[in-house]
Design a binder for this molecule. Structure first.
Ligand code: NDP
Ligand code: OXD
Length: 316
């Protein structure tokens, strides 16, 4: 009896060179690199990052879409998506990168890195009061795979940790809030706001002046700080700049921006209390992500259900 042919993959990527993904996926399956593959009936799977709008709807036998990232807003930006499952990345390697980024930025705000870098530039020998970590409350907005892992790492460092999500979650040692009603008490109890939300119609622009105003203003750091590693369009950059000028916000670490790459003329680049990274908090590394992706395709072809499937209605 002959073995059934293994489904072919369309690889559609915008914004970076997909060669490493192509090489690793091709070790086990036939891969077609977009723009080739349009309307190809032999393609079963699409592996995508910001695919060309409409391209997936034209594949007549597409069975599933695999996101190259944990976030899937880049897929939903296409308003002609076919009704097939969308699988997102949940991987220990990516989670580890995000935990490192969150701990790095939280510790830098907590240990007054921006002040010390300014003092070093001015050759100033001055030791300000350093509050202990347990006096500082880190609020994680988006208490999912990445948010909960970051919470565990921050608890291990001794911080007080709060979480905010859409539905109710319990986690030992964390004060958990959820929904609209939980937002103000969550913000009021937060000194360092870490944003790890997905971008959906419900979350777009959520980090605005009103949210920043509700952060704890009399905390031990002398003002609240913001860390956004979720998505740029969660934040209103004019509101962040205004809050910094008004003293409502002390400092910000931003990995993501309303428009990427961040425009050279953006005042965020040179603001003395803003730390910019180029959407680099947790890069999707094909060396770690291709093997589980291919394993999912194999399992699917054996009749097993796909894992980490996105809830299309919720948008994440
Ligand atoms: P998850 O889906 O596991 O978690 C998302 C969390 O956000 C959940 O707790 C969810 O609530 C909550 N949430 C969603 N919508 C709302 C809402 N309207 N109100 C309140 N809470 C809400 O995602 P991950 O943790 O895996 O990833 C989070 C995001 O991080 C990704 O979507 C992506 O945008 C970003 N990311 C950024 C990277 C970078 O390099 N900068 C790298 C990887 C990811 P509930 O638990 O109730 O569902
Ligand atoms: C992701 C990202 O969503 O890298 O994984 O932004």
């Amino acid at each position: 009896m002959s073995t059934p042919a293994r489904g072919r993959i369309l690889l559609s990527v915008t914004g970076f060179n997909p060669q490493r993904w192509y090489d690793l996926l091709s070790k086990e399956r036939e891969v077609v690199l977009e723009p080739a593959g349009a309307e190809d009936p032999s393609i079963d799977y699409a592996v995508v990052w910001k695919q060309q709008p409409g391209i997936l709807a034209r594949l007549p036998n597409l069975k599933a879409i695999f996101s190259i990232g944990a976030g899937v807003d880049h897929i939903f930006a296409d308003d002609r998506l076919p009704e097939v499952p969308i699988v997102r990345v949940i991987a220990s390697n990516l989670t580890q990168y995000m935990c490192e980024y969150v701990c790095w930025r939280v510790l830098d705000h907590h240990r007054q890195g921006m002040l010390y870098r300014a003092q070093q530039a001015g050759k100033i020998w001055h030791e300000p009061r350093q509050p202990p970590a347990d006096e500082v409350s880190v609020g994680i907005m988006g208490f999912g795979q990445l948010g909960r892992s970051a919470a565990a790492a921050l608890l291990a460092l001794g911080f007080t940790v709060n979480g905010w999500s859409r539905s109710r979650h319990e986690m030992e040692g964390v004060c958990a809030f959820h929904g609209e009603d939980g937002l103000t008490p969550f913000l009021n109890a937060t000194d360092i706001l870490v944003v790890l939300l997905p971008l959906t119609p419900a979350t777009e622009g959520i980090v605005d002046h009103s949210v920043l105003t509700r952060l704890r203003q009399d905390g031990p750091l002398g003002g609240p700080c913001l860390v956004n590693a979720g998505r740029g369009r969660l934040q209103r950059e004019v509101d962040i700049l205004r809050a910094l000028e008004e003293g409502i916000l002390k400092e910000a670490s931003l990995d993501v921006f309303e428009r990427e790459p961040l425009a050279p003329e953006s005042p965020l680049w040179s603001h003395p209390r803003v730390f910019v990274t180029p959407h680099a908090a947790a890069t999707s590394d094909p060396a770690h992500l291709v093997t589980p992706m291919l394993a999912q395709m194999d399992a699917f072809e054996r009749g097993e259900p796909l894992q980490n499937v996105v809830d299309r209605k919720a948008g994440y």
